[in-house]
Ligand binder design. Structure first.
Ligand SMILES: Cc1ncc(COP(=O)(O)O)c(C=O)c1O
Length: 444
């Protein structure tokens, strides 16, 4: 061991290779080699029902020929065009996005990832409003890069970055969820949460706040739809205090919650929308920022001094146009038709299992929350991160062993269920049946 390394053993697990994201040293990370629709296959040809659309992003399902063909065609024509120039696929996708976007949003600044889209949105908002701060929710996820992690409310993401580098510019507020307020009805909850937000705005100083950045339906934090009337109050507060409203649609967008964008169910118009994941059904990395005409105009007049090499990559844009065709053709309708089945199956499961304390969500994005049936306590502290014994981790692992992939929430006292939008009624029943069985095995 003169060089400081242990002697190599022929049987040792190889220690080089890709470093998986969001991984634990004890994780047994599978190698997936093939996918078809809602199914994926590992290198031993074991089949899994992908009940999480990987990271809530393969919305059209795996290997949709419509998307693959469009990408191939674009790669053959011209695979890459500088992000400082125009390209047909990029312009076409920008036009298609503007057609379905919330009213008033007209221009698109492309990015590569959701984190970068949120950072760009915040940069534009700060410049437009000439104000430094952004308000985001404690239970939120907006990305894992330096700036986006500062916007994120999830403690473990933020702490990973903040442990070594000071972050600033973002102030957190409480989300409109029952754990944060005691309102007995949705309306009361909405009012209390909006009053709290106003308190934060007034105490931070309205003139110092450029934007409120929020997911319209909580994503990995727990698939929370907002209580009725909440977003109308948020919009009113933004108007009253001259603050921009940014809707982070990275998970909620592109049919995941039954509409093109999650905020469209709330009957309010955001000033900015950020998107990623489902825009290409994750067939290629692509993200972006949709801005209102005023912002678009000022960005056009002033010019933009920053950018990214791969933003608006033509092959990704071609995938985006084809994915949007697929959502239009059949997938949005499928979510709308089958969301009630997914909801009722999950609610039936919750009624049958004492450890399941809540199910909530919209469209094909649901959270199943667990607590100790004896004490009623969740297995991890929701505000302090994921530490200690947690049987919910076993649920996720045992479901995978039985061939169904579900997501782990952040905080992970919940699992996230988010099948591809092409899932059939049988797929949905199968996924929930296996989840139910596994919950029985882990808790009973
Ligand atoms: C709501 C939300 N915003 C932003 C992001 C960051 O996106 P990306 O991982 O593409 O950087 C995510 C990722 O899961 C997300 O869920």
């Amino acid at each position: 061991m003169a060089d400081g390394h242990p002697p190599a053993s022929p049987d040792a697990t190889p220690r080089s290779g890709p470093l998986p994201h969001w991984s634990d040293p004890d994780d047994d990370v599978p190698t997936l080699v093939r996918g078809e629709g809602v199914r994926v296959y590992d290198d031993e040809d074991t089949e899994y029902l992908d009940f999480a659309s990987q990271l809530y992003c393969v919305n059209a399902g795996h290997s949709d020929e419509r998307i693959v063909e469009a990408m191939t065609e674009q790669a053959s024509a011209i695979p890459y065009v500088s992000s400082s120039k125009h390209n047909d696929a990029r312009s076409e996708l920008a036009g298609r996005l503007a057609e379905v976007a919330p009213d008033g949003l007209s221009d698109v600044y492309f990015a590569v990832s959701g984190s970068e889209a949120n950072e760009a949105a915040v940069q534009f908002a700060r410049a437009q409003q000439d104000a430094p701060k952004v308000l985001t929710r404690w239970r939120s996820y907006h990305g894992g890069t330096y700036g986006a992690a500062a916007l994120t409310g999830d403690p473990s993401t933020r702490a990973t970055v903040e442990r070594y580098a000071a972050t600033s510019g973002s102030t957190k507020f409480l989300p409109p969820i029952p754990r944060a307020f005691d309102g007995a009805t949705g309306e009361e909850l909405a009012e209390q949460a909006a009053d709290h937000l106003e308190f934060v705005i007034r105490n931070e100083g309205p003139d110092s706040i450029a934007a409120i950045l929020t997911e319209p339906v909580g994503g990995t934090s727990g698939a929370f739809p907002a209580p009725p009337g909440y977003f109308e109050r948020v919009r009113d507060l933004c108007d009253e205090y001259d603050i921009l409203l940014i809707s982070d649609e990275v998970i909620a967008g592109f049919g995941r919650c039954g509409d093109w964008f999650g905020i469209q169910r709330e009957d309010v118009e955001p000033d900015i929308v950020t998107f990623a994941k489902g825009v290409t059904s994750a067939y290629a990395p692509l993200a972006g920022v949709l801005v209102n005409a005023e912002l678009g105009e000022s960005l056009r007049e002033e010019g933009i001094d920053v950018g990214q090499t791969f933003a608006g990559h033509p092959v990704a844009c071609a995938a985006g146009v084809a994915a949007m065709d697929a959502y239009d053709e059949d997938l949005l309708d499928n979510v709308r038709n089958l969301a009630p089945t997914l909801e009722s199956e999950l609610r039936e499961m919750a009624d049958a299992r004492d450890a399941v304390t809540d199910v909530r969500g919209r469209g094909f994005l649901w959270a199943v929350e667990f607590a100790d049936p004896d004490s009623g306590e969740t297995f991890v502290d929701p505000w302090a991160g994921d530490e200690g014994e947690n049987p919910v981790v076993e649920v996720v692992e045992a479901a995978a062993e039985k061939g169904v992939l579900v997501g782990g929430g952040r905080p992970n006292f919940q699992t996230i269920v988010a099948p591809p939008l092409c899932a059939t009624e049988d797929d949905i029943r199968e996924g929930v049946r296996v989840l139910n069985e596994v919950i029985g095995e882990v808790f009973d």
